[in-house]
Design a protein around this ligand. Structure first.
Ligand code: BGC
Length: 447
């Protein structure tokens, strides 16, 4: 009797929460008895076994018609940033999943500015009236990297206009404040005027060509500090991988706040030791969406299922809070959150699945399918320590068998060579080395 009452209450609660999520079916939510559960588990195990042994791709679908999700590197021109609409519309089941680069970039800039304002009295280490920062740039041709450089420069006032946007060109060394791609800014705090200067910035690319390179950033801070270390008051980085490298090499010991991007677990933990802050690009939402759009396309259900509309298992995100979707760009963009000393304890595990979408799909409705997925650089900090572990959790929940291919970060062919037999797979998720290289993949799928 009691159990029944509880079940009714739970079902009612479920209906409410699902309506809030855009409305969806409400059956299958009542609690089950122990016997039912055991039976269900046995059926499920049998289904999994059957699906596993039958885990070969559907031979009736041509590769060019299979679902495709670009992620983390949006097909676009590395010279102009213009989106590659052909790649984004490769077929009717093609999508991009990333994060809102401009919203995140602004947040990062604001986080740095807020910190400077709050600590104005003590931040200028050598007391020369100039608050100097250095900036590690990830990849001058990657639109997310460009957005972050622009965001920091425009919020701090150090950006200059070039072709209608803030120039994102690396400044090289600018200790004298004479560089053309940035300018000195002034900041007034409590009646005192400070100059803000980008002392140096550079693309962190190693000699083999890998971008966003943490080791290169560690070397750069060594070179910079050897000649003008006492002028560096703040370290800023396009990502945490490079930021942590600079923090560990120098900034931590010298108590210089360092700001990154990604909210990798190690960076979040470092906030307790003086790392200034980072931005969560909601990798838990992105990893889910990357696989979810494939799942929906494979199941032939509405693309919004389990995204803006709850699925049968109760998975549902909130548009405008967790992500936004642009039909024109065929792109899902996760929304960013600033992670600072005030809230970092909520972000300590960057590989935890998002509560709202942590429910297992029913294998009888969403049977096991095979997915080919690559990571452009197996040693990229964000993708390997945050994104992939999340994908590996969601692939189980979504009944997808994913083959993970790790690239070297430099050569596209190192990855495309491993897409030798696309017919073995039902769907593809692609993270290019260079954002301009979509055709290297779509040509293989079109054969
Ligand atoms: C991340 C970087 C990462 C890059 C790889 C960005 O979104 O912030 O850490 O290296 O993606 O494409």
């Amino acid at each position: 009797m009691k159990r029944k009452a509880l079940a009714t209450m739970m079902a009612a609660a479920m209906v409410l929460s699902m309506v809030g999520c855009g409305g969806a079916k409400t059956d299958s939510t009542a609690s089950t008895t122990t016997t039912e559960k055991t039976e269900a588990a046995a059926t499920e195990a049998a289904a999994t076994e059957a699906a596993d042994s039958a885990a070969s791709a559907d031979a009736t679908v041509e590769n060019k018609d299979k679902p495709l999700c670009w992620f983390n590197r949006q097909p676009s021109s590395s010279a102009t940033g213009e989106l590659d609409k052909e790649a984004l519309n490769f077929n009717g089941n093609t999508y991009y999943v990333g994060f809102d680069a401009n919203q995140g970039a602004e947040l990062q800039g604001q986080m740095v500015l807020d910190y400077i304002k709050k600590n104005a009295e003590t931040i200028d280490r050598n007391g020369d009236g100039v608050i100097g920062y250095v900036l590690a740039i990830g990849d001058i041709g990657h639109n997310d990297s460009i957005a972050r450089t622009r965001g920091v420069r425009s919020t701090l006032g150090t950006g200059v206009e070039a072709d209608g946007a803030v120039d994102s060109t690396p400044a090289g060394t600018n200790v004298d404040g004479k560089a053309k791609v940035v300018q000195d800014a002034t900041l007034e705090v409590d009646g005192k005027t400070y100059t803000i200067r980008e002392l140096a910035s550079q693309e962190m690319k190693n000699s083999a060509g890998a971008t966003w390179d943490a080791a290169t950033a560690g070397n750069a801070i060594g070179i910079w500090t050897a000649s003008f270390g006492d002028q560096i008051d703040v370290v800023v980085s396009n990502n945490d991988g490079m930021g942590m490298s600079m923090f560990n090499a120098w900034a931590k010991d010298n108590k210089v706040p360092t700001f990154g991007y990604d909210a990798n677990s190690d960076a979040v933990a470092a906030i307790a030791e003086g790392y200034g802050g980072t931005i969560s690009q909601h990798a838990d939402v992105q990893a889910y969406l990357t696989l979810r759009v494939l799942r929906n396309a494979l199941d032939g259900v509405d693309i919004d299922t389990g995204i803006g509309t709850a699925d049968d298992a109760g998975n549902c995100l909130v548009e405008g809070e967790d992500y936004r979707y642009s039909e024109e760009d065929r792109s899902y963009y996760a929304l960013n959150i600033a992670v600072t000393a005030e809230n970092y304890s909520d972000f300590t595990d960057s590989t935890r699945v998002y509560d709202k979408v942590a429910n297992q799909l029913d294998e009888s409705k969403s049977p096991s399918k095979k997915v080919w997925l690559n990571i452009y650089n197996a040693s990229d900090n964000f993708l390997s320590s945050t994104y992939q572990p999340l994908l590996e959790k969601y692939d189980d929940l979504l009944n997808l068998k994913v083959d993970y291919i790790g690239g070297d970060g430099q050569t596209e062919s190192n990855i495309t060579n491993r897409l030798g037999n696309p017919s073995e797979y039902d769907a593809f998720a692609i993270n290019m080395v260079k954002t301009d290289n979509a055709a290297a993949y779509t040509s293989l799928l079109s054969k």
